[in-house]
Design a protein around this ligand. Structure first.
Ligand SMILES: [Zn+2]
Length: 375
């Protein structure tokens, strides 16, 4: 068996709240669409039930006082004083069981990492993972525990060399900071420029420090960047750096809030462009741990991550979505007949305004990063 899918319906016990953009049900929808296409019963596939991470596991990155505060808040026992930890109304609400939710998500990333690192599987996918903003002692951007950092830290402990590729619309700041001073992890984040989007970081000149100088790579795109220009920059930067670094394992955060109709960001990608990027990552990754990420138009999430799983297993899917899924999704108000759907409206007419900026960033990396990584 080549690919492991890590999942549990226990995710559905948790809810960020009715007005919060992160809908946990998108995970259930993704699982159901993948199952409806028959992609969990392929001979190449192993289904792994998620187990929770332990507090010991997550303490590899998170501070104990933060974990204690999060646990108490999660159980409704908090005495206040949570603002310094980033917890409270807004982006990172305290909902019932938020501590356990975070342990489930992190546990799945650890399981994905273990089965790939020990050679049992070539690839694994944790659709719940990719919570890349969480800090050692602070929740940020809907993320309470940084499953990515915990997972990669365990791989490093085992002596692995890791490339992390983050294609979420938002900069992967928590992961970059965690590995900013080491050359054991090459982090590459492609995102909407921090001048126009949370969390504000991820400039091209954030390149790492000390031994890590050159090992943090940022590609900040102007708003409205489309498939063609995104793919061009990806191709110019990512494959040469991955080959130059020669990792044991590639870890990816596959946020789909880059799509033109996502409500929280302003990039202009389509599911067609996303699929091409994922295919290129597969070509580059000897061993691959795929994680989810952002994505706030939930029908996009289910369809895009189903395509990820199809790419991993080298299956061509029919465009027509299985009827059993259509019925199930219809009950949630989602009418989806096609897997990829219509191409997005063109962003032509404004291309000239951002093309030059993207060329400038690519050139910057060719000059400043490439000599450090490619020998
Ligand atoms: Zn995002």
């Amino acid at each position: 068996m080549k690919a492991a899918f890590v999942y549990t319906d226990a995710y559905m016990d948790y809810d960020y709240g009715p007005t919060h953009p992160l809908k946990v049900v998108r995970l259930k929808l993704t699982y159901e669409l993948i199952k409806a296409y028959g992609l969990l019963s392929l001979p190449s596939v192993e289904f792994i039930q998620t187990r929770k991470a332990s507090e010991e596991d997550v303490a590899i990155f998170h501070r104990r006082d933060y974990l204690a505060a999060l646990r108490q808040a999660s159980e409704g026992l908090s005495q206040g004083g949570l603002m310094p930890y980033g917890l409270g109304p807004g982006d990172n609400p305290i909902f019932k069981g938020v501590y356990d939710w975070s342990l489930w998500v992190t546990g799945a990333t650890l399981q994905a990492g273990e089965c790939v690192a020990n050679g049992e599987r070539q690839m694994a996918f944790n659709i719940a993972g990719g919570l890349h903003h969480a800090q050692p002692s602070r929740a940020s951007g809907f993320c309470y525990m940084n499953d990515v950092v915990v997972g990669i830290s365990k791989l490093i402990e085992q002596g692995k060399r890791v490339v992390y590729i983050d294609i979420d619309a938002h900069h992967g700041d928590g992961v970059q900071e965690a590995f900013y001073k080491t050359d054991r992890v090459l982090t590459i984040s492609l995102h909407q420029s921090g001048y126009t989007l949370f969390p504000g970081t991820g400039r091209e000149d954030e390149m790492g420090e000390g031994e890590g100088a050159g090992y943090s790579v940022n590609v900040p795109f102007p708003p409205m960047t489309d498939d063609k220009n995104y793919l061009w920059a990806f191709e110019e930067i990512v494959p040469p750096l991955v080959k130059g670094f020669s990792p044991d394992v590639v870890v990816t955060q596959l946020g789909v809030d880059t799509f033109y109709n996502d409500p929280l960001a302003n990039l202009h990608l389509s599911i067609y462009g996303f699929e091409k990027v994922v295919q290129r990552i597969k070509d580059l990754a000897p061993r691959w741990i795929a994680l989810g990420g952002g994505g706030y138009e939930i029908s996009n999430v289910a369809r895009a991550w189903t395509l990820v799983w199809a790419v991993m297993n080298e299956v061509d899917l029919p465009e027509s979505v299985p009827e059993s899924y259509q019925e199930m999704a219809g009950r949630l108000g989602i009418r989806e007949k096609n897997l990829r759907g219509d191409p997005p409206p063109p962003s032509h007419g404004i291309e000239g305004s951002f093309r030059k900026e993207i060329e400038r960033i690519v050139e910057y990396h060719h000059k400043n990063i490439f000599p450090k990584i490619i020998h």
